[in-house]
Design a protein around this ligand. Structure first.
Ligand SMILES: Cc1cc2nc3c(=O)[nH]c(=O)nc-3n(C[C@H](O)[C@H](O)[C@H](O)COP(=O)(O)OP(=O)(O)OC[C@H]3O[C@@H](n4cnc5c(N)ncnc54)[C@H](O)[C@@H]3O)c2cc1C
Length: 427
């Protein structure tokens, strides 16, 4: 059996460490934060334990369901009929089913037909290798038409990726459409899932199962360097100590890799450095009033600089209205240096525009979470740009959320890849 060090106790690192300890390996899991969970971790929001960043589950998230069965918490997965809206020209329009599409007032009939057909065919597609070389914009304009791209997609893409908006892979967008489009009870009813108690329930169950099996979790321990000798991994150094290892699994964001592993060949380091990420400033509001009945509202309005609002309490029942407002952006954007209060003031103004019945007095609490490496930017032919998970250094595996491509970030993918990396370590 091997001595394994796993770096990062987010969903992927936890899944890897848990699988490795179950396979009989000796495992140390090193996490720089004071808590486990990474992007999926909770915080105390005025007495409500909730994710720092919104998390919903889709019907295709099988690796999550299998893990929850293994951990004995399958009954905590709950499903709810949800809906989506588009805020456009001062009004929220229902979206996401054939009737809403037909009634939508801001597209021509032919545009509605083309977008309906493209989305339907996308949910039925097996794989997207044929569009791998295209950008999302090319694929959508060719399939649904320029009118549809201009009306429904352009502003959303620009408010997420800014100057990188035309550099996003078609297969990445198509895979997202398929995942969400197939999470339905019927063609007329979207159905999304949540974990009763939130993602922390899964994080806690993983930590408990891992430590009960003898796995060691080191919180507040930042990996500073992965050390190598004779082309093989030797261990991981933190400020306090050295963890010797036969195998190391790093789940840290790829932009951190070059500094962490100076012994990697220059060509490999360049590949990791070239993977671009955008950040997120994610606001969370607790309100006395609901904004709408929708879980997700896409916003296309020249005076509103956010792509949408997520009324999370329309998915997971909690006592007050809870709304996430994500501001995705490259960290070079001027807004990245805004104070929390600047974001809160602006976002509240937008909420009031979307629903003028909401006033300042309806705000119970607001919090802001930030993450610099929140979303990899997957351009066309992204597969060719990803270095292999197994690095040129024997025993060292490296992956982060960009390795889920063409899938988007998601706990199910973290679990799948984390377990696969643990299984790849020789016994
Ligand atoms: C805004 C947002 C919304 C999302 N929505 C959904 C959703 O609806 N559904 C869904 O399934 N998924 C969603 N996700 C994605 C999901 O959270 C991720 O796929 C998953 O949590 C990633 O896990 P990970 O372990 O790969 O990365 P992370 O969670 O980032 O884990 C990496 C860990 O490494 C630690 N670390 C960093 N540096 C060091 C160091 N030097 N030494 C030791 N440790 C270090 C970090 O603290 C972190 O805990 C969302 C993510 C975000 C950001």
């Amino acid at each position: 059996m091997s001595r394994i060090v796993v770096i990062g106790a987010g969903a992927m690192g936890l899944a890897a460490a848990h699988r490795a300890v179950n396979l009989g390996h000796e495992v140390d899991l090193i996490e720089s934060d004071a808590v486990a969970g990474g992007m999926a971790a909770h915080f105390d929001f005025g007495g409500l334990s909730i994710e720092r960043f919104y998390h919903f589950v889709c019907k295709s998230d099988e690796p999550t369901f299998a893990l929850m069965r293994e951990l004995g918490i399958a009954d905590r997965m709950k499903w709810r009929g949800t809906s989506m809206g588009y805020f456009m020209k001062g009004k929220i329009h229902p979206w996401g089913d054939p009737i809403s599409l037909l009634r939508f007032p801001h597209l021509s009939l032919i545009a509605k037909f083309r977008t309906g057909l493209q989305m339907f065919l996308t949910t039925k597609a097996r794989d997207f290798s044929k569009i791998e070389h295209k950008t999302a914009r090319q694929w959508l304009e060719q399939g649904s038409g320029k009118e549809v791209y201009g009306t429904l997609w352009k502003r959303l893409m620009e408010l997420k990726f800014y100057e990188l908006a035309d550099d996003i892979s078609a297969s990445w967008i198509a895979t997202r459409v398929r995942r969400i489009g197939n999470s339905r009870r019927s063609i007329f009813q979207e159905e999304l899932g949540y974990i009763d108690g939130g993602s922390q329930v899964l994080v806690d169950a993983l930590v408990d199962a891992y430590t009960e099996k003898g796995g060691r979790l080191h919180l507040g321990a930042a990996a500073e360097r992965i050390e190598c000798a004779d082309g093989k991994v030797a261990g991981v150094r933190t400020k306090e100590r050295f963890f010797p290892a036969d195998a190391v699994i790093s789940t840290l964001p790829t932009p951190l890799v070059s500094r962490l592993v100076p012994d990697l060949p220059e060509a490999s380091k360049k590949k990791y450095d070239d993977i671009r990420n955008i950040g997120v400033v994610c606001l969370l509001f607790k309100l006395k009033k609901s904004i709408s009945r929708h879980f997700w509202i896409n916003i296309v309005d020249d005076t509103i600089e956010i792509p949408g609002l997520i009324e999370f309490s329309n998915l997971r029942p909690v006592s007050d209205t809870v709304v996430y407002v994500p501001y995705y952006m490259p960290t070079t954007n001027r807004k990245w240096s805004w104070t929390d209060q600047q974001f809160i003031d602006e976002a509240l103004g937008y909420i009031k525009k979307v629903n003028p019945d909401v006033s300042d007095n309806d705000v119970i609490e607001a919090k802001v979470g930030r993450l610099a490496y929140a979303q990899p930017v997957c351009e066309p032919n992204f597969y060719d740009k990803l270095p292999p998970v197994q690095t040129p250094i024997s025993g060292l595996q490296i992956a982060d959320t960009s390795y889920y491509y063409p899938e988007d970030r998601g706990i199910a993918e973290s679990v799948r890849l984390g377990r696969a990396m643990a299984e790849a370590v020789p016994k």
